[in-house]
Design a protein around this ligand. Sequence first.
Ligand code: HPA
Length: 238
Amino acid sequence: MSTHIAAATGEIAPIVLFPGDPLRAKWIAETFLSDAVLYTETRGMLGFTGTWNGHRVSVQGSGMGQPSMAIYANELFNEYDVQKIVRVGSCGGLTEKVGMRDIIIANGACTDSGINRVRFNGLDYAPVADFALLRAAVEASEEMPLSSSVHVGLLFSSDQFYSTRPELNEAFVKHGALGVEMETSGLYTLAAYYGRQALSICTVSDHLVTGEETTAKEREQTFGDMIEIALRAATAAG
Ligand code: HPA
């Protein structure tokens, strides 16, 4: 049992899928895993372990934003010896290069967060994806019949969903950012610190250029594609 996760040692698999929404974690466990067992509901942040294609896999809610996500990622890596975390989340589209419901596999993340500025004493760290997971996710997506496009590129991990400085997105977009979310920069940094593997895959659920939004029902199908990519990548990557 860790401070925020009620699982006993060994109850969490070496592979963890990591959605922000705890109810999405429940949906993933019920839809994709066999024999899923709930191992924590502390603070309503649900976590389950089951099997997928013969591999033990856990699904743990992270909450929204880097401070919440980092609590769970630290405890998963440090106290449960988790080896691979694949974030499966949603993001806002920042450019017309990506369409609604497209899937972004993040090779790296920009951020406006102060967390890494404190961690690196004001210097700029470059949080990047684990290459084996990234390659496995791209290969998985190429083998699957998908209803939307897959992009590999940068995410902007913002600390504010309701941005007070939306004009600042522009510089990141000019330097390759495709979508905005709130967790990837911190996840990649923590995976590097613990010497483990992490990847972030996000589905475009709203679009900051076109103003479009998806309904919950619409999101389900593309979320399904993203989960399948994540499961295949996490269980295939060395
Ligand atoms: N901003 C930040 N995080 C998000 C967004 C957004 O527009 N959409 C989904 N996650």
